[in-house]
Design a protein around this ligand. Structure first.
Ligand code: SF4
Ligand code: SF4
Length: 366
Protein backbone atom coordinates (compact mmCIF):
# COMPACT_ATOMS: atom_id res chain seq x y z
CA UNK A 1 0.00 0.00 0.00
CA UNK A 2 2.59 2.62 -1.03
CA UNK A 3 -0.05 5.35 -1.56
CA UNK A 4 -1.49 4.89 1.90
CA UNK A 5 2.00 4.83 3.35
CA UNK A 6 2.78 8.16 1.65
CA UNK A 7 -0.10 9.79 3.53
CA UNK A 8 0.08 7.80 6.75
CA UNK A 9 3.75 6.79 6.96
CA UNK A 10 5.27 4.16 9.23
CA UNK A 11 6.11 6.78 11.86
CA UNK A 12 2.40 7.45 12.26
CA UNK A 13 1.48 3.83 12.78
CA UNK A 14 0.61 2.97 16.35
CA UNK A 15 3.25 1.03 18.23
CA UNK A 16 2.40 -2.64 18.29
CA UNK A 17 4.32 -5.73 19.33
CA UNK A 18 4.19 -7.00 15.76
CA UNK A 19 5.83 -3.96 14.16
CA UNK A 20 7.98 -2.65 16.98
CA UNK A 21 11.64 -3.62 17.26
CA UNK A 22 11.52 -3.37 21.07
CA UNK A 23 11.30 -6.70 22.93
CA UNK A 24 7.83 -8.15 23.47
CA UNK A 25 8.30 -7.96 27.20
CA UNK A 26 9.42 -4.65 28.67
CA UNK A 27 11.25 -4.53 31.98
CA UNK A 28 12.58 -1.61 34.02
CA UNK A 29 16.12 -1.41 35.38
CA UNK A 30 15.13 -3.54 38.40
CA UNK A 31 13.71 -6.21 36.09
CA UNK A 32 10.06 -5.44 36.89
CA UNK A 33 7.56 -5.91 34.10
CA UNK A 34 6.41 -2.66 32.38
CA UNK A 35 3.09 -2.32 30.53
CA UNK A 36 3.41 -1.83 26.78
CA UNK A 37 1.76 1.09 25.05
CA UNK A 38 -1.51 -0.02 23.50
CA UNK A 39 -2.31 0.86 19.91
CA UNK A 40 -3.49 4.42 19.53
CA UNK A 41 -4.51 6.43 16.54
CA UNK A 42 -3.01 9.78 17.47
CA UNK A 43 -0.96 10.10 14.30
CA UNK A 44 -3.88 9.12 12.06
CA UNK A 45 -5.93 11.79 13.84
CA UNK A 46 -3.15 14.38 13.49
CA UNK A 47 -2.67 13.63 9.80
CA UNK A 48 -6.42 13.86 9.22
CA UNK A 49 -6.50 17.31 10.85
CA UNK A 50 -3.43 18.33 8.82
CA UNK A 51 -5.04 17.26 5.53
CA UNK A 52 -8.35 18.89 6.41
CA UNK A 53 -6.58 22.23 7.00
CA UNK A 54 -4.45 21.82 3.88
CA UNK A 55 -7.68 21.24 1.90
CA UNK A 56 -9.25 24.27 3.57
CA UNK A 57 -6.28 26.40 2.52
CA UNK A 58 -6.46 25.14 -1.07
CA UNK A 59 -10.19 25.96 -1.16
CA UNK A 60 -9.47 29.42 0.27
CA UNK A 61 -6.76 29.98 -2.38
CA UNK A 62 -9.08 28.98 -5.25
CA UNK A 63 -12.00 31.07 -3.99
CA UNK A 64 -9.77 34.07 -3.37
CA UNK A 65 -8.33 33.80 -6.88
CA UNK A 66 -11.87 33.74 -8.32
CA UNK A 67 -12.80 36.74 -6.18
CA UNK A 68 -9.77 38.69 -7.47
CA UNK A 69 -10.56 37.73 -11.08
CA UNK A 70 -14.03 39.27 -10.74
CA UNK A 71 -12.44 42.68 -10.12
CA UNK A 72 -9.61 42.18 -12.59
CA UNK A 73 -12.08 41.41 -15.38
CA UNK A 74 -14.26 44.43 -14.53
CA UNK A 75 -17.05 42.16 -13.33
CA UNK A 76 -17.05 39.87 -16.38
CA UNK A 77 -16.34 36.68 -14.42
CA UNK A 78 -18.47 34.99 -11.79
CA UNK A 79 -18.77 36.86 -8.52
CA UNK A 80 -17.86 34.85 -5.41
CA UNK A 81 -17.61 35.69 -1.73
CA UNK A 82 -14.18 36.72 -0.49
CA UNK A 83 -12.90 34.02 1.91
CA UNK A 84 -11.68 36.07 4.88
CA UNK A 85 -9.49 33.14 5.96
CA UNK A 86 -7.03 34.24 3.26
CA UNK A 87 -5.79 36.75 5.84
CA UNK A 88 -4.10 33.89 7.65
CA UNK A 89 -1.45 34.44 4.97
CA UNK A 90 -0.91 38.06 6.09
CA UNK A 91 1.05 37.61 9.31
CA UNK A 92 2.58 41.10 9.34
CA UNK A 93 -0.78 42.83 8.89
CA UNK A 94 -2.12 40.53 11.62
CA UNK A 95 0.64 41.57 14.02
CA UNK A 96 0.07 45.25 13.20
CA UNK A 97 -3.65 44.87 13.84
CA UNK A 98 -3.02 43.01 17.09
CA UNK A 99 -0.86 45.84 18.40
CA UNK A 100 -3.50 48.35 17.30
CA UNK A 101 -6.27 46.36 19.03
CA UNK A 102 -4.32 45.88 22.26
CA UNK A 103 -3.44 49.59 22.52
CA UNK A 104 -6.77 51.10 21.44
CA UNK A 105 -9.36 48.40 22.25
CA UNK A 106 -10.77 49.14 18.79
CA UNK A 107 -11.12 46.16 16.47
CA UNK A 108 -9.37 47.15 13.21
CA UNK A 109 -11.56 47.48 10.11
CA UNK A 110 -9.08 46.14 7.57
CA UNK A 111 -7.88 42.50 7.64
CA UNK A 112 -9.21 41.85 11.14
CA UNK A 113 -9.69 38.14 10.31
CA UNK A 114 -5.90 37.77 10.05
CA UNK A 115 -5.60 39.21 13.55
CA UNK A 116 -8.21 36.83 14.95
CA UNK A 117 -6.43 33.89 13.32
CA UNK A 118 -3.18 35.07 14.89
CA UNK A 119 -4.91 35.32 18.28
CA UNK A 120 -6.14 31.72 17.92
CA UNK A 121 -2.65 30.49 16.97
CA UNK A 122 -1.09 32.36 19.90
CA UNK A 123 -3.76 30.85 22.18
CA UNK A 124 -3.01 27.35 20.88
CA UNK A 125 0.72 27.94 21.41
CA UNK A 126 0.22 29.02 24.97
CA UNK A 127 -2.15 26.14 25.74
CA UNK A 128 -0.53 23.33 23.73
CA UNK A 129 2.90 24.56 22.73
CA UNK A 130 3.68 25.02 19.02
CA UNK A 131 0.90 22.59 18.04
CA UNK A 132 -0.19 24.99 15.28
CA UNK A 133 2.93 23.96 13.33
CA UNK A 134 2.33 20.21 13.45
CA UNK A 135 -1.49 20.11 13.42
CA UNK A 136 -2.78 23.07 11.38
CA UNK A 137 -0.11 24.81 9.30
CA UNK A 138 -0.21 23.74 5.61
CA UNK A 139 3.47 24.63 5.22
CA UNK A 140 4.27 22.39 8.19
CA UNK A 141 2.24 19.59 6.57
CA UNK A 142 4.04 20.04 3.24
CA UNK A 143 7.42 20.09 5.03
CA UNK A 144 6.56 16.88 6.84
CA UNK A 145 5.43 15.14 3.64
CA UNK A 146 8.62 16.27 1.90
CA UNK A 147 11.06 14.86 4.45
CA UNK A 148 9.02 11.69 4.81
CA UNK A 149 9.09 11.34 1.01
CA UNK A 150 12.82 12.09 0.98
CA UNK A 151 13.37 9.42 3.62
CA UNK A 152 11.53 6.90 1.44
CA UNK A 153 13.71 7.86 -1.54
CA UNK A 154 17.12 8.24 0.13
CA UNK A 155 16.60 5.90 3.06
CA UNK A 156 17.47 8.59 5.61
CA UNK A 157 17.36 12.28 6.45
CA UNK A 158 20.33 14.51 7.17
CA UNK A 159 21.03 16.91 10.02
CA UNK A 160 23.49 19.79 10.06
CA UNK A 161 26.27 19.57 12.67
CA UNK A 162 25.48 21.43 15.89
CA UNK A 163 27.96 24.27 15.19
CA UNK A 164 25.94 25.06 12.04
CA UNK A 165 22.48 24.04 13.24
CA UNK A 166 22.39 26.45 16.20
CA UNK A 167 23.26 29.65 14.25
CA UNK A 168 20.94 28.59 11.42
CA UNK A 169 18.10 28.08 13.89
CA UNK A 170 18.62 31.60 15.20
CA UNK A 171 17.80 33.01 11.74
CA UNK A 172 14.06 32.65 12.27
CA UNK A 173 14.28 34.55 15.57
CA UNK A 174 16.29 37.30 13.89
CA UNK A 175 13.67 37.57 11.12
CA UNK A 176 10.86 37.69 13.67
CA UNK A 177 12.83 40.25 15.70
CA UNK A 178 13.14 42.52 12.64
CA UNK A 179 9.39 42.41 11.93
CA UNK A 180 8.59 42.89 15.61
CA UNK A 181 10.96 45.86 15.89
CA UNK A 182 9.53 47.53 12.76
CA UNK A 183 5.96 47.18 14.09
CA UNK A 184 6.93 48.23 17.61
CA UNK A 185 8.27 51.51 16.17
CA UNK A 186 4.89 52.42 14.65
CA UNK A 187 2.29 54.46 16.53
CA UNK A 188 -1.37 53.36 16.46
CA UNK A 189 -2.15 56.21 14.05
CA UNK A 190 0.61 55.00 11.71
CA UNK A 191 -0.63 51.41 11.92
CA UNK A 192 -4.17 52.46 11.01
CA UNK A 193 -2.95 54.74 8.23
CA UNK A 194 -0.77 51.96 6.76
CA UNK A 195 -3.61 49.45 6.57
CA UNK A 196 -5.86 52.07 4.93
CA UNK A 197 -3.34 52.89 2.18
CA UNK A 198 -4.07 51.33 -1.26
CA UNK A 199 -1.19 48.90 -0.56
CA UNK A 200 -2.64 47.91 2.83
CA UNK A 201 -6.17 47.48 1.44
CA UNK A 202 -5.01 44.97 -1.18
CA UNK A 203 -2.18 43.34 0.80
CA UNK A 204 -3.99 40.03 0.25
CA UNK A 205 -3.94 40.53 -3.54
CA UNK A 206 -0.22 41.39 -3.34
CA UNK A 207 0.30 38.09 -1.54
CA UNK A 208 -1.57 36.22 -4.28
CA UNK A 209 0.54 38.02 -6.89
CA UNK A 210 3.70 36.88 -5.12
CA UNK A 211 2.71 33.28 -5.85
CA UNK A 212 1.08 33.58 -9.27
CA UNK A 213 3.55 36.12 -10.76
CA UNK A 214 6.61 34.78 -9.02
CA UNK A 215 9.96 36.24 -10.13
CA UNK A 216 12.95 34.08 -10.96
CA UNK A 217 14.82 34.82 -7.71
CA UNK A 218 11.82 33.88 -5.54
CA UNK A 219 11.26 30.72 -7.61
CA UNK A 220 14.90 29.68 -7.17
CA UNK A 221 14.81 30.32 -3.41
CA UNK A 222 11.59 28.32 -3.05
CA UNK A 223 13.00 25.55 -5.25
CA UNK A 224 16.14 25.33 -3.09
CA UNK A 225 14.01 25.19 0.06
CA UNK A 226 11.84 22.42 -1.41
CA UNK A 227 14.89 20.33 -2.34
CA UNK A 228 16.47 20.98 1.07
CA UNK A 229 13.24 19.92 2.75
CA UNK A 230 13.54 16.49 1.11
CA UNK A 231 16.71 15.74 3.03
CA UNK A 232 16.51 17.95 6.16
CA UNK A 233 13.52 17.55 8.47
CA UNK A 234 11.28 20.63 8.34
CA UNK A 235 14.07 22.83 6.93
CA UNK A 236 11.88 25.95 6.47
CA UNK A 237 10.19 25.60 9.87
CA UNK A 238 13.43 24.85 11.72
CA UNK A 239 15.56 27.62 10.29
CA UNK A 240 13.56 30.36 8.64
CA UNK A 241 9.90 30.62 9.63
CA UNK A 242 9.43 33.83 11.72
CA UNK A 243 5.82 32.83 12.49
CA UNK A 244 7.01 29.58 14.06
CA UNK A 245 9.68 31.54 15.96
CA UNK A 246 7.00 33.77 17.50
CA UNK A 247 4.78 30.81 18.43
CA UNK A 248 7.80 28.98 19.89
CA UNK A 249 8.54 31.94 22.17
CA UNK A 250 4.93 31.91 23.42
CA UNK A 251 5.16 28.13 23.91
CA UNK A 252 8.01 28.65 26.38
CA UNK A 253 5.42 29.75 28.96
CA UNK A 254 2.95 26.99 28.09
CA UNK A 255 1.72 24.88 31.01
CA UNK A 256 1.84 21.71 28.87
CA UNK A 257 4.90 19.74 27.92
CA UNK A 258 6.11 16.25 27.07
CA UNK A 259 7.28 14.53 30.26
CA UNK A 260 9.34 11.38 30.59
CA UNK A 261 9.04 9.10 33.61
CA UNK A 262 12.51 7.66 34.09
CA UNK A 263 11.25 4.64 36.07
CA UNK A 264 9.12 3.48 33.14
CA UNK A 265 11.73 4.26 30.47
CA UNK A 266 13.81 1.44 29.00
CA UNK A 267 16.31 3.85 27.37
CA UNK A 268 15.59 2.55 23.89
CA UNK A 269 16.00 6.02 22.32
CA UNK A 270 13.01 5.56 19.99
CA UNK A 271 11.44 8.86 21.11
CA UNK A 272 14.52 10.91 20.20
CA UNK A 273 14.82 9.09 16.88
CA UNK A 274 11.17 9.86 16.04
CA UNK A 275 11.33 13.54 17.03
CA UNK A 276 11.24 15.71 13.88
CA UNK A 277 12.63 18.62 15.93
CA UNK A 278 15.70 16.48 16.77
CA UNK A 279 15.17 16.89 20.52
CA UNK A 280 16.94 14.46 22.88
CA UNK A 281 13.64 13.35 24.43
CA UNK A 282 15.22 10.17 25.86
CA UNK A 283 17.64 12.25 27.96
CA UNK A 284 15.17 14.84 29.28
CA UNK A 285 12.77 14.74 32.22
CA UNK A 286 10.55 17.20 30.36
CA UNK A 287 10.72 18.90 26.97
CA UNK A 288 10.82 22.67 27.40
CA UNK A 289 12.30 23.55 24.03
CA UNK A 290 10.67 26.20 21.81
CA UNK A 291 11.20 23.73 18.95
CA UNK A 292 8.71 21.16 20.29
CA UNK A 293 5.57 21.18 18.11
CA UNK A 294 3.51 18.78 20.23
CA UNK A 295 3.32 16.41 17.26
CA UNK A 296 3.31 13.51 19.78
CA UNK A 297 5.45 11.38 17.45
CA UNK A 298 7.79 10.65 20.37
CA UNK A 299 4.87 9.26 22.37
CA UNK A 300 3.63 7.18 19.43
CA UNK A 301 7.12 5.70 19.03
CA UNK A 302 7.58 4.90 22.73
CA UNK A 303 6.91 1.22 23.50
CA UNK A 304 6.47 1.75 27.26
CA UNK A 305 2.95 2.88 28.20
CA UNK A 306 3.89 4.95 31.23
CA UNK A 307 7.18 6.46 30.06
CA UNK A 308 6.12 9.43 27.97
CA UNK A 309 3.09 11.72 28.15
CA UNK A 310 1.95 15.15 27.07
CA UNK A 311 0.99 16.64 30.43
CA UNK A 312 -0.57 19.76 31.93
CA UNK A 313 1.07 21.79 34.71
CA UNK A 314 -0.79 19.54 37.20
CA UNK A 315 0.72 16.53 35.41
CA UNK A 316 -2.56 15.33 33.97
CA UNK A 317 -1.80 13.28 30.87
CA UNK A 318 -3.38 14.56 27.67
CA UNK A 319 -4.11 11.84 25.09
CA UNK A 320 -3.90 12.64 21.37
CA UNK A 321 -7.65 13.27 21.05
CA UNK A 322 -7.47 15.83 23.88
CA UNK A 323 -4.65 17.71 22.13
CA UNK A 324 -6.67 17.63 18.88
CA UNK A 325 -9.77 18.89 20.70
CA UNK A 326 -7.77 21.71 22.30
CA UNK A 327 -6.20 22.81 19.01
CA UNK A 328 -9.47 22.72 17.06
CA UNK A 329 -11.50 24.10 19.98
CA UNK A 330 -9.37 27.25 20.33
CA UNK A 331 -9.29 27.76 16.56
CA UNK A 332 -13.05 27.45 16.00
CA UNK A 333 -13.94 29.35 19.17
CA UNK A 334 -11.94 32.42 18.12
CA UNK A 335 -13.21 32.29 14.51
CA UNK A 336 -16.82 31.88 15.74
CA UNK A 337 -16.40 34.84 18.12
CA UNK A 338 -15.04 37.04 15.32
CA UNK A 339 -17.94 36.04 13.05
CA UNK A 340 -20.59 36.45 15.75
CA UNK A 341 -19.40 39.97 16.60
CA UNK A 342 -19.30 41.01 12.94
CA UNK A 343 -15.53 41.51 12.85
CA UNK A 344 -14.60 38.64 10.53
CA UNK A 345 -15.10 40.20 7.10
CA UNK A 346 -13.23 43.22 5.74
CA UNK A 347 -15.72 45.45 3.94
CA UNK A 348 -14.23 47.61 1.17
CA UNK A 349 -16.58 49.33 -1.30
CA UNK A 350 -16.78 47.77 -4.77
CA UNK A 351 -15.72 50.95 -6.55
CA UNK A 352 -12.46 50.97 -4.54
CA UNK A 353 -11.77 47.31 -5.33
CA UNK A 354 -12.52 47.77 -9.06
CA UNK A 355 -10.00 50.58 -9.03
CA UNK A 356 -7.24 49.02 -6.90
CA UNK A 357 -7.19 45.29 -7.71
CA UNK A 358 -6.40 45.53 -11.45
CA UNK A 359 -3.39 47.72 -10.66
CA UNK A 360 -2.29 45.94 -7.46
CA UNK A 361 0.98 45.01 -9.16
CA UNK A 362 1.93 48.68 -9.50
CA UNK A 363 1.21 49.57 -5.88
CA UNK A 364 4.46 49.97 -3.99
CA UNK A 365 5.08 49.72 -0.25
CA UNK A 366 4.22 53.11 1.32
S1 SF4 B 1 9.42 16.23 21.64
FE1 SF4 B 1 7.80 14.86 20.91
S2 SF4 B 1 6.03 16.23 20.64
FE2 SF4 B 1 7.85 17.55 20.74
S3 SF4 B 1 8.47 17.82 18.60
FE3 SF4 B 1 9.64 16.06 19.41
S4 SF4 B 1 8.37 14.29 18.82
FE4 SF4 B 1 7.06 16.09 18.62
S1 SF4 C 1 10.82 7.47 26.74
FE1 SF4 C 1 12.09 7.22 24.89
S2 SF4 C 1 13.87 6.06 25.58
FE2 SF4 C 1 12.29 5.81 27.16
S3 SF4 C 1 11.16 3.96 26.60
FE3 SF4 C 1 10.07 5.65 25.64
S4 SF4 C 1 10.96 5.79 23.60
FE4 SF4 C 1 12.37 4.54 24.80
Amino acid sequence: MPLLRAFFPASSAPASPATDAAPLTLRDKQGRLLPRRRDDHTQVLRRTVQFAFAALNIWIGVEFYRWVRFYETAGQSLRVERPAGVEGWLPIAALMNLKYWVLTWEVPEIHAAGMFLLVSFLGISWLLRKAFCSWLCPIGTLSELLWEGGKEIFGRTFAFPRWLDVPLRSLKYILFGLFFYAIAQMSTAELKAFLHTPYGLVADVKMLDFFRLMGRTSAIVIGVLLVLSLVVKNAWCRYLCPYGAMLGLVALVSPTRIRRTADACIDCGKCAKACPSLLPVDKLASVRSAECTNCLLCITACPSRDALHCTTARRWALPGWAVATGVLGVFFLVVAAARATGHWDTVIPDEVLFELIPRAGQLGHP
